[in-house]
Design a protein around this ligand. Structure first.
Ligand SMILES: NC(=O)C1=CN([C@@H]2O[C@H](COP(=O)(O)OP(=O)(O)OC[C@H]3O[C@@H](n4cnc5c(N)ncnc54)[C@H](OP(=O)(O)O)[C@@H]3O)[C@@H](O)[C@H]2O)[C@@H](O)CC1
Ligand SMILES: Nc1ncnc2c1ncn2[C@@H]1O[C@H](COP(=O)(O)OP(=O)(O)O)[C@@H](O)[C@H]1O
Length: 398
C-alpha cells in the first residue's frame, strides 16, 4: 500500500451465512482480492475441532487473496491450548494477540500458521492464571541456568559425563555425541563403546574406556543411545544412581517400570517416530498433538521427556509444571546426527548439575541457537558453534 492511500480492509469476522456462503464464493474472492489487509476473526481462543464447513471458504479466500492476513489472537482453525490443527485453517502473515502468548502460537503444526506474532498488553495481567501451561525460556533465563566454573572448580567438581554411544554400524554417532558433551559445561567426558578410536581421532580430550559403563569410573551423569546397538550400556546406566539421558536406539523397547524404579532422574529425548513407538501410536498422531504426547510420555515413564522435531517440548512427569517450548529451533537442524549432538550436550548439562527439565530446555536452546549461527550446516558444525551460542546468551544478558 502506498503512503497516503486508503487501507482497504476485508474482515472475515462475518456472521456465518450457512449454505448461502458457498453460493457467494465468487463475491467473497472479489472482496478479498480488492483488500490490502484481511482481518481474520472467524474463531478466537475458544475455537475447537477445526473450522466448520461453512467457514472453510473464508479461510480459502483469505489464503488466495494476496492481502496481508492479520489474525486476531490466533489464525482461525487452530486449537489455542494445544497447537493442534484439524483440517483447514487460516494461514496468517501477522497474528496480534492479547494478554499472553497461547500454546497454539508456539507449538507446531499451529505455530507454522501464525506468521509474525505481536503481543499487545490490554490490561489482562490480573486475570491470567498464575502458572502458565507452557513457557519459553529467553536469553536471560538461560544465562541464569548455565553452569559457570568457580575459582575452586576442578574437572571433577564441574561434573563428569559418561557417553555410551556408537557401534560398528554407527561410529559417527559416538563422535557427534561426544562433540556435544564436550561443549556442555562438564569438566570431563568419558566415552564407553566400540568407537573409541574414532572419538579420540576427533576429540583427544576424551577419556576413553573399553569396558562396560559400570567399570568406566565415576560420572555425574550418563548420556546413552546414539548409534548404540545392544550391549550392557543402557542397563548399567539405568542401574546407576546418577541422572541419565536416553536417546535413539536405547529408547527402543525401553522398560517403563525400570525407568520409574530409578532413584536418580531420567531424561528421554525421542523424536516423533521414537515417541510414537513408546506410546504405541502413529508418528502422525504425535506430530499432530505434540503437547499431549510429551505429557503422556512423561507421565507413563515417570521421567522428564524432551520431544524433538520442528517444535521441541520438554515436560516433567508432574502435571503442575509448565511444559517448556524451545524458541530457538530452526529447520537447519533437520540433518542426520544433530540429535546425537543434543544428547551429549544435555548429558553434559546434567553432569554439571542442572535438573533434567533445565538441562533439556537449556540444551535445546543452545543447540538451536548454535544451528542458527552455523547455518548452512552439518551436525558437527552445531557442536562447534555451541560456544558462540553460549557467549551470545551471556553477553546479551550481562
Ligand atoms: N553419523 C551417525 O553415525 C548417525 C547415526 N545415527 C543413528 O542412527 C540410528 C537410527 O536413527 P534414525 O533416527 O535415523 O532412525 P530411526 O529412528 O530408526 O528412523 C528411521 C525412520 O526414517 C525413515 N526413513 C529412512 N529413510 C528415509 C527416507 N529416505 N525418506 C523418508 N523416510 C525415511 C524410516 O522409514 P521406512 O524406511 O521404515 O519407511 C524410519 O521410519 C540411531 O542410533 C541414531 O543415533 C543418526 O543419528 C544419524 C547420524
Ligand atoms: N524442522 C525442524 N525445526 C527445528 N528443529 C528440527 C527440525 N527437524 C529436526 N529438528 C531438530 O534436529 C534434531 C534431530 O534429531 P534426531 O531426529 O534425533 O536426528 P539424528 O538421529 O539424525 O541425530 C532434533 O534436535 C530436532 O529437534
Amino acid at each position: 500500500m502506498g503512503p497516503g492511500s486508503e487501507p482497504r480492509v476485508h474482515s472475515c469476522a462475518l456472521p456465518i451465512l450457512g449454505s448461502q456462503l458457498l453460493e457467494v464464493q465468487d463475491e467473497l474472492n472479489r472482496a478479498h482480492a480488492a483488500a490490502n489487509y484481511d482481518v481474520d476473526g472467524i474463531t478466537g481462543i475458544g475455537g475447537r475441532g477445526g473450522l466448520r464447513p461453512d467457514a472453510i471458504p473464508l479461510a480459502r479466500a483469505a489464503r488466495g487473496s494476496g492481502a496481508v492476513v492479520v489474525a486476531v489472537d490466533l489464525p482461525s482453525g487452530v486449537a489455542a491450548d494445544t497447537g493442534e490443527v484439524r483440517g483447514e485453517a487460516v494461514r496468517a502473515d501477522v497474528t496480534v494477540t492479547f494478554g499472553a502468548h497461547k500454546p497454539g502460537q508456539l507449538i507446531d503444526p499451529a505455530a507454522e500458521l501464525t506468521g509474525v506474532v505481536r503481543l499487545v498488553d490490554i490490561g489482562l495481567g490480573p486475570h491470567l492464571p498464575s502458572s502458565p501451561a507452557v513457557e519459553a525460556l529467553q536469553h536471560a533465563d538461560v544465562a541464569r541456568l548455565l553452569p559457570v566454573p568457580g575459582g575452586e572448580s576442578d574437572k571433577y567438581r564441574r561434573g563428569v559425563v559418561g557417553v555410551v554411544a556408537g557401534s560398528a554400524k554407527y561410529p559417527g554417532a559416538a563422535v557427534l555425541a561426544v562433540a556435544g558433551a564436550l561443549r556442555g559445561g562438564a569438566g570431563a567426558v568419558r566415552y564407553v563403546g566400540p568407537g573409541g578410536d574414532a572419538v579420540l581421532a576427533r576429540h583427544p580430550e576424551t577419556l576413553v574406556s573399553d569396558g562396560p559403563p559400570a567399570k568406566a569410573g565415576r560420572v555425574q551423569a550418563w548420556a546413552v543411545g546414539p548409534g548404540l546397538s545392544g550391549g550392557p550400556g543402557l542397563d548399567d546406566a539405568l542401574a546407576s544412581d546418577v541422572p541419565v539421558v536416553i536417546d535413539a536406539d536405547a529408547l527402543h523397547a525401553l522398560d517403563a517400570a525400570a525407568v520409574r524404579a530409578r532413584t536418580a532422574p531420567t531424561l528421554l529425548t525421542p523424536h516423533a517416530g521414537e515417541a510414537a513407538a513408546l506410546l504405541g501410536a502413529e508418528r502422525a498422531e504425535v506430530e499432530a498433538g505434540r503437547l499431549d504426547a510429551v505429557r503422556e510420555l512423561a507421565a507413563r515413564y515417570g521421567a522428564t521427556v524432551l520431544l524433538k522435531g520442528s517444535t521441541t517440548l520438554v515436560a516433567d512427569p508432574g502435571r503442575g509444571t509448565p511444559v517448556r517450548v524451545n524458541a530457538t529451533g530452526t529447520g537447519w537442524l533437520a540433518t542426520a546426527g544433530s540429535g546425537d549432538v543434543l544428547t551429549g550436550l544435555t548429558g553434559s548439562l546434567l553432569a554439571a548439575g542442572l535438573a533434567p527439565r533445565d538441562a533439556g530446555s537449556v540444551g535445546a536452546y543452545l543447540h538451536g541457537l548454535a544451528a542458527r549461527l552455523a547455518a548452512p550446516l552439518a551436525a558437527h558444525d552445531v557442536a562447534d558453534h555451541v560456544p558462540a551460542a553460549w557467549r551470545d546468551v551471556c553477553e546479551v544478558s550481562a
